[in-house]
Design a protein around this ligand. Structure first.
Ligand code: FEO
Length: 173
């Protein structure tokens, strides 16, 4: 049986992960409208990964005998005007998510819930990668996004990102 507080935090995190997917689909909508299909693709792949994080957490709770409950998913509230706006907002958002995962990890540690700590190890690593990816995007945009040719090349690069389902996903996801 999971610690009650830890289970509640993971349940809440499912909502945050689904919000993350909403947010990144919203970014993809913005870029689609601007004709930047590579950027659009990059965030569509990212949104699928966020959805998968929610699936993994839901499965973990259910497999641990916890009744999962859903709350309302907020509307994405980031104002998007410049091409850089989603990239900066994405970085900020990933830093926020890292703080949430850390808080769950700390609660699990406090409750001596080693099973959940092990489950969360994957997410701790994933957050490190996601923050790095978001930082790299901001850097590349600063370097190359200032002129049409650079932006075109960057868009081509981001078009190459493909979705790879995590090996941690439940078999029937
Ligand atoms: Fe599921 Fe981008 O954190």
């Amino acid at each position: 049986m999971l610690d009650k507080k830890v289970a509640e935090l993971i349940n809440e995190q499912i909502n945050k992960e689904l919000y993350s997917a909403y947010l990144y689909w919203d970014f993809a909508n913005f870029y689609a409208d601007e004709g930047l299909d590579g950027f659009r693709n990059w965030y569509e792949v990212q949104a699928k990964e966020e959805r998968d994080h929610a699936i993994m957490m839901r499965a973990y709770l259910i497999d641990s005998g916890v009744r999962v409950t859903f709350g309302k998913i907020d509307k994405p509230d980031v104002k998007l005007k410049e091409f850089m706006d989603p990239l900066k907002a994405g970085l900020e958002h990933e830093r926020y998510v890292t703080s949430l995962i850390t808080a769950i990890y700390e609660a699990a540690s406090e409750a001596k819930d080693y099973k959940t700590m092990q489950f969360l190890d994957w997410f701790v690593k994933e957050q490190g990668e996601e923050e790095k990816n978001a930082e790299d995007l901001v850097k590349k945009m600063k370097l190359f996004g200032g002129d049409a040719k650079g932006l075109y090349m960057l868009d081509q690069e981001l078009a190459a990102r493909t979705y790879v389902p995590s090996t941690n996903l439940p078999a029937n996801a």
